[in-house]
Design a protein around this ligand. Structure first.
Ligand code: JFZ
Length: 440
């Protein structure tokens, strides 16, 4: 049985202007969280030509590391266990990572085939992982037991390893009662906002070129969307300041301002058509929590590769999170799994990096495609039982030859119904079969 596909072309909006992209962002693409939702102003988003490097990366490492690694029950421990701020702050006295080495993190990322990193600089608990004069009550990794500027060590290591440097920052801070009642406690909420503006300026001004700013937690009192809180945070003012220091930085959509890309968060499968605007899937290698957790629920290699190709075949990047332990060590099982991903990407990365989606729409659960120059790559995550053929939809080009990427040629048949790819069963890879077609 062959898998017959008569699907329209994928529309890839590589050179859409910012305005058209914003109108596209209003479309409700499966999985995107509030696409296009947020305030915007001319000049605060990057034009498509300044997003191309970001769209080329395809795969990055997210890192959640902070005081919450000590209790090892996830980054929401302070809130979930209702730990009073003064009690939680005592964790800082214990936080003296013996084995933290950002260069090791960078090597793990590179060995996994990752091209960028995004490290949490401050999560909702308020503890800043850098020397932060703007930190309320000096709750940071320089002024406490660790006496280290982890953001400096991390950004230096990224650059040394040739990785793009991203910073995650949570404007919200659970230590402020005004966060939970900004209208009832305006002075306290204003103190929190002052900390945010001061800390974002420190991060943008003091650590060299930062490539990505990944806000999280614009929402107020854990309610509504980030855009609903724009009246409070004034993200246009905040990001105008960001662009003063980092004019080309790529900003995510979680400050309440329309982002330079859209986000799809969590482990749900990526399905549906190509999304013709920059977007990123972020999820956890260990499903238990973003921060270090003794409960391990590691993604399988098959699930990681399936998520990656499903994302890239729809035009997205994948940001995969790890949570180092209290000493700054990435759990060995995580390192081993990421190395397996790197081995796959060493062989098939040409079908991933710097590609663009298409030229035809993916088929949920079976396969999708990417393209680059006169090549079309097909990622087959599953073939219908007993089938080893694929009927290609019209792609407006002629397939002149094809092979398993890094392997043997495949048979290409042209008939009145179109082009059929015929594989031998030994050419099928249960992990993911990757084909390379030459087209003209
Ligand atoms: C937030 C954080 O609360 C969480 O701890 C972690 O840092 C994660 C990356 O971001 O959690 C969210 C935020 C937004 C969505 C889901 C989880 N969302 O938009 O679906």
């Amino acid at each position: 049985m062959s898998l017959f596909l008569s699907l329209p072309f994928g529309v890839y909006a590589q050179n859409m202007g910012a305005d058209e992209r914003k109108s596209m962002e209003k479309a409700n693409y499966a999985g995107l969280k509030n696409p296009g939702n947020g305030v915007s102003a001319a000049g605060l988003n990057l034009p498509p030509e300044k997003m191309q490097w970001w769209e080329d990366q395809k795969f990055g490492m997210f890192i959640h590391w902070g005081l919450y690694a000590i209790p090892a029950t996830g980054e929401w421990t302070m809130f979930n266990q209702k730990i009073p701020a003064d009690e939680y702050a005592k964790l800082a006295d214990q936080f003296k990572p013996k084995n933290f080495d950002a260069n090791v993190w960078a090597k793990v990322a590179k060995d996994a085939g990752m091209k960028y990193m995004v490290m949490v600089s401050r999560h909702h608990d308020g503890f800043a992982m850098w020397n932060s004069a703007a930190s309320y009550r000096h709750f940071d990794s320089w002024e406490t037991a660790a006496h280290r500027d982890f953001v400096k060590e991390y950004t230096n290591a990224c650059r040394k390893a040739g990785l793009k440097a991203g910073i995650y920052y949570s404007p919200l801070d659970w230590r402020f009662p005004g966060y939970f009642d900004p209208k009832g406690l305006p002075e306290n909420a204003a103190l929190m906002k002052k900390q945010t503006y001061g800390q974002v300026e420190e991060l943008m001004k003091n650590y060299g070129k930062i490539d990505i700013l990944w806000y999280d937690g614009g929402w107020l009192a854990h309610k509504g969307s980030d855009a609903d809180a724009a009246w409070f945070w004034e993200p246009l003012k905040l990001n105008a300041m960001v662009r003063k220091y980092q004019p080309d930085i790529v900003i995510n959509p979680r400050s309440g301002m329309v982002g330079d890309f859209e986000t799809n968060e969590g482990g749900a499968a990526v399905k549906g058509p190509i999304i013709p605007i920059p977007w990123e899937k972020c999820l956890n290698l260990n499903g238990s929590s973003w921060g270090y957790n003794t409960t391990q629920n590691l993604m399988s290699l098959k699930d990681i590769i399936t998520m990656l190709v499903n994302t890239v075949d729809r035009g997205g990047n994948m940001l995969l999170n790890i949570g180092p332990d209290p000493d700054g060590v990435i759990p060995p099982a995580h390192v081993a799994r990421l190395k397996e991903v790197g081995t796959w990407l060493k062989k098939y990365g040409e079908s991933i990096y710097a590609t663009r989606p298409g030229p035809f729409q993916p088929v949920d659960g079976f396969y999708g495609a990417t393209q680059k120059g006169n090549k079309v790559y097909i990622h087959i995550v599953k073939m219908p039982d007993g089938s080893s053929e694929i009927n290609l939809p019209q792609i407006g080009k002629t397939v002149t030859s094809g092979k398993v990427l890094g392997g043997m040629p495949i048979k290409i048949l042209h008939d009145q119904s179109g082009t059929r790819l015929v594989l031998t069963t030994d050419q099928l890879d249960p992990l993911c079969t990757t084909l390379e077609l030459n087209v003209k």
